[in-house]
Ligand binder design. Sequence first.
Ligand code: ADP
Ligand code: ZN
Length: 215
Amino acid sequence: MKFLIFGPPGSGKGTYSSEIEDKIDVEHIATGDMFREAVKKDTELGNKVEEYLDKGELVPDELVNEVVREKLKEIGMEGFILDGYPRTVEQAKFLEELVDIDALILLDVTDDIIIERLSSRRICKECGEVFNKLFNPPEEEGICDECGGELYQRKDDKPEVIKDRIETYEERSEPVISYFEDKIPFVVNKCREANAPIDGMVNNIIEGLEEKGLV
Ligand code: ADP
Ligand code: ZN
């Protein structure tokens, strides 16, 4: 199956996808994670994208498209959940040419929840695991449960950048929803609590996929 998971920053795309990946046979592909990894490893790609990431701006379409094309080729164009892509209508059109998508999982979250979640989000420097100081804290403060790595706050999770990211989402990414609306099935997952239990959300999504006969 080939799924997109779509929603504003902080809607839980990454958190839910890494759980969904363990429950159904799909590989979680997150463009944001791929870019952060490239920055950490100081690769050519990393150098190209670092400035955009820090400012919370979108990486140019051509660059993202190429990275996704390579990745999908590598996994044989099958069995994935794409997180953070497509983020513009141009990217959506590119993806459509590349492969047929089976469904879009839409995370419907309000702005106040996004702001609350993003400002308390912490990431592991070593393995990229995501925690939240308020809603999903590590057992030991500042330390990753998975690997013992040090936790940090993403530069784009600072309050002054969060506002810009929400605006960019509304202007550039929301149109992607209308673009796919009449083309592929949607599974909509509504969240109205910043600390909604992750398990419950993941189960809702899987049930939604089952109801539509997709898994
Ligand atoms: P979030 O969903 O929390 O905003 P991501 O980890 O998905 O964060 O993305 C982080 C950053 O990586 C974005 O702000 C942007 O700079 C870059 N990025 C990721 N995916 C894309 C994409 N499809 N198009 C353009 N830029 C992207
Ligand atoms: Zn870790």
